[in-house]
Ligand binder design. Structure first.
Ligand SMILES: [Zn+2]
Length: 332
């Protein structure tokens, strides 16, 4: 029996989904190139999380513990990196997370990749930028209480950002229209972080209330994840939390789709709108193009395809492995 594995970022399912859907927000001059590489952008949506295990300098890129900086952090912390370093030191900023500055840094890396017509850099940096922007949309990436460990809610991180998107993400409506030009990428990164930070209290409070009223012996169960059996929140508990959050996860995911697309689009504009079609080595076949056109149409109508199994993820990951008998609370 395996216990639930804790995640430090949107689960793989959500990251795949968000980078993939962001491609459909792009305008004409970009969409053909990005559609051509949509599987790369989807697959590498999770590479920054994998990198954390082999490169410790990657870790602070994924969060910004705003509440370390007092009650009103978004007025207290200077937005410019150099000003923030002067005030708090680089060590402190690294300790409590550098997410908004990582978005800014990666954004300018993407601008340069476009200017240099460097296909592999454009793709890798786009995938990474999409990941960081998506992370900024997750409320629990903005707090020191990132897994509810300060309020006896351990496990809430994976519940909110992995279990709920996996169980309900297939039914969300992600259609957000076209990507928009962002005048100030750093400012926008702080806007996203601030809006996520505002949700932190609700994320924790709603689960706390649910925990009080939900039958304790039905909160956890043994579930089958691929070939493994693990103890995890029961589908019924996930359902109740999803309902009580009143669409919050869907709203944050929609915000991520729009912003990922908008960051990609703005970087391309800032690089002088290079001709991306010249950077396509192997055009898609007619069948591939037709399939993507259908996927895009579906997205526009508020639906999504099942993620291709090639991403190593089944779309219905959670299946109850026990026959109603609740498992004991896992030791998180
Ligand atoms: Zn992450």
């Amino acid at each position: 029996m395996f216990l639930i594995a804790l995640c430090c970022s949107w689960g793989f399912y959500a990251h795949y989904r968000l980078n993939r859907l962001a491609v459909f927000t792009l305008p004409k001059g970009m969409s053909e190139f990005y559609l051509n590489h949509i599987d790369y952008l989807t697959g590498h949506a999770v590479t920054p999380d994998k990198l954390r295990y082999i490169d410790s300098t990657e870790i602070p890129h994924h969060y910004f513990n705003a509440d370390h900086y007092g009650k009103d952090p978004f007025h207290t912390v200077p937005q410019k990196w150099d000003d923030a370093v002067k005030r708090y030191s680089a060590d402190t900023l690294n300790k409590y997370g550098t997410l908004p500055w990582t978005i800014q840094y990666t954004y300018y890396k993407l601008v340069n990749a476009f200017k240099n017509h460097d296909t592999s850099a454009v793709l890798r940096t786009s995938a990474f930028l999409g990941h960081y922007v998506a992370d900024a949309c997750v409320p629990l990436h903005l707090t020191q209480n990132h897994d509810g460990q300060l309020t006896q809610q351990e496990g809430i991180h994976a519940l909110w950002e992995s279990r709920l998107p996996e169980q309900f993400g297939q039914q969300y409506n992600y259609y957000v229209g076209k990507a928009r030009y962002l005048d100030n990428p750093l400012w926008q990164a702080f806007i996203i972080c601030r809006s996520s930070f505002k949700c932190v209290d609700s994320v924790l409070r709603i689960e706390r209330q649910l925990n009080k009223t939900f039958p304790p012996d039905q909160k956890y169960t043994t579930v089958q994840r691929g070939k493994r059996k693990i103890t995890d929140y029961s589908p019924a508990y996930c359902r109740a939390y999803q309902k009580a959050l009143n669409g919050m996860v869907q709203r944050r995911m929609r915000m991520a789709v729009l912003n990922i697309g908008s960051y990609w689009y703005s970087a391309w504009v800032d690089a002088g709108q290079p001709d991306l079609n010249k950077m396509i080595d192997t055009p898609l076949t007619i069948t591939q193009k037709q399939k993507l056109a259908q996927e895009q149409l579906l997205y526009k109508s508020g639906h999504v395809i099942l993620l291709p199994p090639s991403f190593g993820i089944t779309n219905k990951i959670i299946t109850e492995a026990t026959s109603g008998r609740a498992a004991a609370k896992p030791a998180f």
